[in-house]
Design a protein around this ligand. Sequence first.
Ligand code: ADP
Ligand code: NI
Length: 217
Amino acid sequence: MDLLNTIQNWSKDHLKNADTAHDYFHAQRVANTAQTLYLKNHHDPNELLFILVASYIHDCFDDKVVNSPEKNKSSLTSLLHQFGWPDEKIHHLFFIVEHLSFSKQLEKAQSLSYLGQIVQDADRLDALGAIGIARAFTFGGKHDALIYDPDILPQTELLNLEHYKSRKGTTINHFYEKLLTLKETMNTSEGKKLALNRTKYMESFLKEFFAEWEGNK
Ligand code: ADP
Ligand code: NI
């Protein structure tokens, strides 16, 4: 089996108990979007493969998604050694994965290589648009959040990681606290373009939501 197939199977296996916001289908969407972003301006098959591998495995070492991040790390390292990847390339892969997420960036902001920036844009894009709306309400439901409460105002000041994790709010507020601002954090111009389109879609959803909330529709 080739490397990509092997990685896809490895990812499927290691994400089988993940929540639906971080499951294999999320990894697959990130890989497909990352490929779209990469192929706009670049055409190196090895770089593309690197990006796909990073996308498929990016949530497999996060302790909020999987039970044994360290075990997964050594399992993947030996797999990539079998395919002849040098240590340097494997370090680059783990560096990207470890600095990708929104919460990790709040903890310690790091600049990523352009391959990492593409994967990060693709991961952020999955929090936007129709998929982003579905993920937000799934998250809200799981954490017993209200859909909306006009008396709870959005908290747009994110102080630090503890604050980000401990906030109680509504799912609609999450759009104002995070999702509508994500477009400003895109690394690549292609990523930014897609983020703007997906943000417009969310804005029209919110407009419809409030019109229905007020009974105006
Ligand atoms: P990451 O894995 O990049 O650190 P999160 O775990 O914070 O991101 O978010 C995963 C998904 O859950 C995203 O689509 C995000 O919008 C959604 N989400 C995170 N926090 C909330 C929240 N408080 N309310 C609604 N959705 C949320
Ligand atoms: Ni992700």
